[in-house]
Design a protein around this ligand. Structure first.
Ligand SMILES: Nc1ncnc2c1ncn2[C@@H]1O[C@H](COP(=O)(O)OP(=O)(O)OP(=O)(O)O)[C@@H](O)[C@H]1O
Ligand SMILES: O=C(O)c1ccc[n+]([C@@H]2O[C@H](COP(=O)([O-])O)[C@@H](O)[C@H]2O)c1
Length: 210
């Protein structure tokens, strides 16, 4: 991948990806186009601290992300959180990316954290969420059951920092990792929810079986 031009936007889509599914890819592609980003990095979390332990280990989740983005120019796997280990605080990830750019004397880029409306609603529970807004812009997509509207305290901090909230014009997709895990455990089909390479990987590694 060519290095980003100075001032370019780089989208960051963090997630459990347990497993990655069609809505994640649609979200990343929509962000790439809408933000005119030079790249969108998909960042599998090592240990998302607000959730119960994940089903598949980080090696499997990263491998599935890698398979799913194959043939999608502009999308890249970024294993920074897996490599760091421990609780996956987004603020630490953003700070580490900025520090790395500086250490490697790369041109400064504008990071944009991409999220679904469910996580936007939850955003003010994130670790040091005000510091996230100071470093990165946010881009949100609608998700069935959640409105892509920022909670009041977030809107106030966005206003203080004069930060935009990008809206990603993606159709609502009723797809979730939990539903996929539930279907797999019940031996129900999921081929309409995940890319075929990911399904082959799930089957060959016997993931998500009851
Ligand atoms: N169907 C969807 N539409 C819009 N955004 C989504 C959708 N699915 C996931 N996202 C967003 O992608 C990011 C990563 O999500 P995650 O990996 O937790 O998937 P998930 O489907 O929400 O999984 P789970 O059901 O296990 O919570 C989050 O910001 C989430 O809001
Ligand atoms: O930094 C935090 O406190 C924080 C709290 C909740 C979620 N996140 C991040 O948001 C992304 C989506 O989380 P999830 O639980 O929907 O997979 C993932 O990258 C998480 O690490 C981050």
């Amino acid at each position: 991948m060519t290095p980003p031009r100075p001032g370019a936007r780089v989208g960051l889509l963090g997630g459990s990806f347990d497993p990655i599914h069609h809505a994640h890819i649609a979200l990343a592609e929509c962000a790439l186009r809408t933000l005119n980003a030079s790249a969108v990095h998909l960042i599998p979390a090592a240990a998302p601290w607000q959730r119960a332990p994940l089903s598949a280990d980080s090696t499997h989740r990263a491998a599935m992300v890698s398979l799913a983005i194959h043939g999608h120019p502009g999308l890249a796997l970024n294993s920074i959180e897996i490599d760091r280990g421990g609780p996956s605080y987004t603020v630490d990830t953003l700070q580490a990316l900025v520090d790395l750019d500086q250490a490697q004397q790369r041109p400064a880029v504008q990071y944009v954290w991409i999220l679904g409306a469910d996580q936007l609603a939850n955003f003010c529970t994130w670790h040091r969420w005000q510091d996230i807004v100071a470093i990165a812009e946010l881009a949100v997509a609608a998700r069935p059951g959640s409105q892509p509207r920022p909670p009041e305290p977030l809107q106030r901090v966005l206003d203080t920092h004069n930060r935009p909230l990008h809206h990603l014009p993606m159709p609502e997709m009723p797809v979730s990792g939990s539903e996929i895990r539930r279907r797999l455990a019940q031996r129900e089909p999921v081929d309409h929810l995940v890319p075929p390479e990911v399904l082959r990987y799930i089957n060959s590694h016997h993931l998500y079986q009851a």
